[in-house]
Structure formats: C-alpha cells, structure tokens
Design a binder for this molecule. Sequence first.
Ligand code: SF4
Ligand code: MG
Length: 327
Amino acid sequence: REILLEVRDLRVEYATQNGPVEAVAGVDLTLAKGEFLGVVGESGCGKSTMLFGIAQLLNPPATVSGGEVLFKGENLVAMTAKSLNALRWRDFSVVMQSAMNALNPVHSIGRQFKDAIKAHARWPESQIKARSAEVLELVGIDPVHLKSFPHQLSGGMRQRAMIAMALLFTPDLIVMDEPTSALDVVAQRSLMAQIKELQKQLGFAVIFVTHDMSLVSHFSDRLMVMYAGQVVELGGTRAVFDAPAHPYSRGLLDAFPSIRGEVKRLTGIPGAPPNLGRPPSGCRFHPRCPVAMERCSVDVPELYLVDSVQARCLLHEPAAVSVEVES
Ligand code: SF4
Ligand code: MG
C-alpha cells in the first residue's frame, strides 16, 4: 500500500464574534493510492470543512489552524497559492455538492474545460478538444454537449460534467463533497456506480463526503464517521457497516433507508450536533448518546482499537476493561 495522502492533526477554525470555533478538531488520516474513503456524519459535523481543509479551499473566516496535509509527501498547508494551483486539477481535483454553483452559467461546458486545461497546460487546440470529448465520454455524456450550457443539462448530467472536468488530467486524488445529494435516488445510485467504475479503471483515490452511510457502503474501502469535528469511528467499510463500534455510527445507520431499499423509520438519533463554540464536556456525543454512562460527561475518549476498527468511545477504553476483569 503506497501512501498518497497523510493528514496529521488537522484543525480548522472559524473566526466568530464570540471567538474562534474549532470546526475540525484534530483529524488524522492516511489514504493509500487508489483507495476509496467514505466520510459520513450529519450536517454540521465538520465533514465538508475537513474536506476543504484538506484541499486548501477554505475561505475566511475559516482557516487551517493546525496540522499537516501531506500529499505525496508535500505539506499542502504550508504551500504557496502558486504551487497549490499547479497541483489542483492536475494532481488532485474537487467535485462540489452542486455543479450548478461550481459551473459558470454563462459559459459552455467545452469553454469551461478549455479554461481549466489552459490554466495548467499548453496544449494545442486539437488536443484540448480531444481530451474534453474523451472525458465527457468517460462519464457517459455525448461530446456534442461540449456546446451545451449548464442549464441545458439535467442535474445528473451536470454532476457528471463536473466529474469529467475533474478527470481532465487524470489526477491521483478526487475529493467529492456530497456530489450526488441533489439527485433523485435512481440517479444517485447510477452516478455512484459510475464513479466507482471510473475509479477502478483510472486508479485515482477518492474521499467521498456524504450524510448517507448506505450510499457509500457499496463503494468505499474504508469509512470514517465524524461527529462534532472529530473522527469517532474509522475502519473497513464492511466492519463498520456490519458492526458499528460507536453509538453514533449505529444511530446513523438506523437513520437511513437500508441498503436493501426498504425505508426504515428515520428514527436516527434525537437532537442535533452541538455548537462547536462550546462543545460538550467529556465525550462530545454524550448529550445524545443512548448508552451514555455517568463518566461520559467528564472523561474524554480517545480513538481506541476495537478489533479492526477505531472508535472514540469510553465503552472501548482498554484500561477500563482490564480493571473490570481483574476485580
Ligand atoms: Fe456514548 Fe459514552 Fe461512548 Fe460517548 S463515550 S459514545 S457518551 S458511551
Ligand atoms: Mg456539508
């Protein structure tokens, strides 16, 4: 396993009137070449913020306040804007939640591809045309749509066009922020399958952010569950999905239609993620945790190894277990 990306203690802060709010509170992560990582959690848990922190796409008032993002050994956090721009699109690209916002409404798809290419390479016109057509075909869109404007495409086609654009230089990493969330369920599944197929074919790694755990369960190698700016569970997708070790992961799984398609009641987890300006004491999940113990509002859990996965829950704290066994 060759390491492509290594994130060390990444922290993101938002400046607010009431002082800094830490939206990402120390995330560690390694991603192998060609690996597909799903990142799940409710909105407001810091998933997108973490992704933008990795891709160096944060804008004030949000800034990376600590940590490193080593991409092929180079720390993106410390890189100049110029060096970062040289890497973007070429070595890693980003697919946003809404292509309608990411694409320029007044330019044709072809024109936008051309601009992206020209920012990074001096290719003759013929090569630009050929590559633009090629990537559109890769995502199943007739290259005739290079002439189309974003509003002339369906929502699903626009998202595909965004993915095509991300593939222009066949990067090693594509980070995706809920790229299918604006689509209906059928279009979502087909786009997911297509992303996976492209990934297998072209070998790029993916970090895929979504609030829907069942959506990524078929496609990711590993799952990362985030809560209140922290990783609360990380492990192989099958392991996390079949036997979630963290109470929050369990709640998330219950909150969504099962993978077999029947819609479960959206019971999920009552309440909402906390205000990160004043995160709960002890375990950040304790106010909502169905199995919270008295000490959970005091003691701060770390990520503990539970079989093959890591979970941030005191129920899995090794010391506590051994004391019980001895007494
Ligand atoms: Fe629940 Fe306590 Fe585990 Fe936090 S540490 S998830 S409150 S049991
Ligand atoms: Mg988000």
